[in-house]
Design a binder for this molecule. Structure first.
Ligand code: SAM
Length: 296
């Protein structure tokens, strides 16, 4: 049976059209891959608008699914590269993205992909923006994979669980503030764009969702002498939330009590505080004090 190419990129937001397309290609949903496809045209429009695409931009998409976001991005960007783990979506994406030579789908696990190799495709693009309705079972590893890849990227606009959006944007002292908040806020400014109800997806996930925009910073908001130690301090401070900072650091980093006391005194941070009350500046001060005291 021949099918007409979709003339309206929002057509797949109609559940009947999406189901028909998937059925035609014998697709079966895989819950373990976080396959919750967007079927709300208003949410799709807000997601795409939040990416602020310009005609000379490149777009990297994680998890195109049936290609609805991909199609929309293709109307606004110079190049789109989408990475999909589920090879069963190959015929679906071939149909939805037919006649779009500036769109490429790579069938792979994004976590196993060397992003600098992929980024070569964006050589003629002024900016590179990441867009994704993320598979929720791997949200955090994917965010770290993107941020630690050492590739140029202006922004990351993602659909995540609402609880993850709260953690990304959390301020020191709040219950949602954790190692993820610090790591992401060190590299990006975080804006919550939209809350999304479960009914916006097919099938609906068990949790509420939110769109967040991470604008990747040119420079971190705090100067850090030893980035590796900065992140080690952050991880140790949050590893045991009920411990004081001094106990968390002596236990987690195997610092002697004397070294820990000297580091915290030099940083001007009270060791009796809990790790989750420290700002980025204070974590940086602790890491810098360690670097200064242990420099030979
Ligand atoms: N973008 C589509 C949409 O909005 O309708 C689908 C989004 S769905 C939430 C997540 C997609 O990510 C699925 O198509 C799933 O197969 C894919 N996926 C899951 N794990 C992945 C991984 N490790 N690498 C690449 N894609 C993955």
């Amino acid at each position: 049976m021949t099918t007409q190419p979709l003339s309206n990129p929002f057509a797949l937001a109609d559940p009947a059209v999406l189901k028909g397309l998937l059925r035609r290609h014998g697709f079966t949903w895989k819950k373990r891959l976080g396959q919750n496809f967007l079927i709300d045209a208003r949410v799709l429009a807000r997601l795409i608008d939040a990416a602020e695409l310009r005609p000379d931009d490149g777009v990297f998409e994680v998890g195109p699914g049936a290609g609805v976001v991909t199609r929309l991005a293709a109307t606004r960007a110079r190049r789109v590269v989408a990475v999909e783990k589920d090879a069963c979506l190959r015929p679906v994406l071939a149909e939805v993205l037919a006649g779009l030579p500036h769109v490429e789908v790579v069938f792979a696990d994004v976590l196993k992909l060397r992003l600098p190799d992929v980024w070569g495709r964006f050589h003629d693009c002024a900016g590179v923006k990441v867009i994704a309705n993320l598979p929720y079972y791997v949200t955090t590893p994917i965010l770290f994979h993107l941020l630690e890849a050492g590739v140029r990227m202006d922004s990351i606009v993602v659909m995540v669980q609402r609880e993850v959006a709260q953690r990304l944007a959390a301020a020191p002292g709040s219950k949602d503030y954790g190692a993820l908040s610090v790591a992401v806020q060190y590299r990006c400014s975080v804006e919550r764009v939209l809350q999304v109800r479960a009914g916006a997806f097919l099938p609906p996930p068990e949790v509420d969702s939110a769109v967040v925009r991470l604008r990747v910073r040119g420079e971190p908001p705090v100067a850090v002498r030893d980035e590796q130690m900065f992140f080690r301090v952050v991880r140790a401070a949050f590893a045991t939330r009920r411990k004081t900072l001094a106990n968390a650091l002596t236990g987690g980093l195997e610092w002697s009590k004397e070294l820990c006391a000297a580091v915290l005194a030099r940083a001007g941070v009270d060791g009796g505080r809990r790790g989750e009350t420290l700002s980025l500046q204070e974590f940086a001060a602790v890491a810098d004090a360690w670097a200064a005291l242990t420099a030979t």
